[in-house]
Design a protein around this ligand. Sequence first.
Ligand code: NAD
Length: 416
Amino acid sequence: MDNQNPTDWLKRQINEVVEELELSPSVYQILKNPKHCITVSITLERDDGSVETYTGYRSVHSNLLGPGKGGIRFHKDVNEQEVIALSMWMTLKTSILKLPFGGAKGGITVDPRELSRKELQQLSRQYIQDIEPVIGPQKDIPAPDVNTDGRVMGWMMDEFYKLRGRNIPGFITGKPPVVGGSEGRVEATGRGVVINILEAMKKLDMDPQQSSVAIQGFGNVGSVTAATLYEKGVKVVAASDIDALVTDPNGLNVPEMVKYVEANGSLKGYADDKNPDDLFDVECDVFIPSALENQITEETAPKIKAKIVAEAANGPTTEKGDEILNENGVFVIPDILCNAGGVMVSAFEWMQNDSHDHWAEKVVNERLEKDMSSAFLEVYDMRNHIDKSMRHAAYYLAVKRLGDAMIVRGWIDEER
Ligand code: NAD
């Protein structure tokens, strides 16, 4: 398996673009490492009275365009290099979207399924206590990611309130609306993925009603993407999660599956369970990885027959996997564009908190649609202009903006 360290390829892509754009080599020097990445040892008292420690991280890759911004992941495989890579992708994402943020990410190495609800709350609170010195609404703003949601954000917000002695809702996004969260934030990443897919279909002359999709991952992003496509009449022929794969060439009943997962925690037992790895063999027009990194690899990429791969997850494709998709003429919507709807609505939430405002969901969705579509079109036009992949075009735009900002802020000299 080519399960590489994602930062290696990421850094090479940034350097390549810096050279092509003839930017100062200092741009690469500044972008190749995070500003900081802290490691904390989190102490948790388990329900049985025993004490365990868990390792947590928070990386701010860049604060060039604004405070750090990025989610918090709870997963057994979380490690420093993964968190750093995720924070680098956030820097590129916020740059493409022209959002007033830098890039950040955090995580705890833990399997949350092994903790009780009480333990999970305690771990979330303790993590905030441990990273408190480096976070804040003008410093670094967390949000949900894999295995964290509005409930976890609510606990974290409450802990930060206790530590600072006042309510600071803008320090975290993805909160439930009742405590200052934005309407439409839960659905934002999936909706953004669908906006990108529909724009791509227009460019490739594909009829959504005649198209089929297969989705890997049925959590927040995967399930909302599936449900939104279903509403729009796109046939969802396969969906998988860590436990199961369900398929139906005539189209799955996505609303029923969403209810099933809400009640049972996963797709296991919804239908005849198949091996989730067999998803790659399913015939479809659009393949949507929405689980974790390193899924489309040298081994799995050749199996994908879809016309479009929409990267809803961060870093789902390895370098070798990407080469194979490109050779096979697959239109790849890169992660730093495809899943940016979440951070876009997080920005809306932060703006609402700052102005003590509350936008209606219609307002949030209209602005998401408008800004996401124009970001897609900007990357698409750049792709045609430089005659490279969508991924390359996205890096081009992101790095160019970062380089321009470095000059304006006097971080680098324009002449060199
Ligand atoms: P989640 O925890 O809600 O869901 C993850 C899903 O992936 C679950 O259904 C899980 O069972 C499944 N999964 C894990 N390993 C799998 C495997 N090997 N095969 C098939 N399925 C597997 O997480 P999420 O918030 O939906 O995030 C998914 C991806 O989207 C991550 O890469 C995350 O970084 C990215 N993302 C999330 C957001 C957000 O707002 N939540 C925003 C941008 C990007």
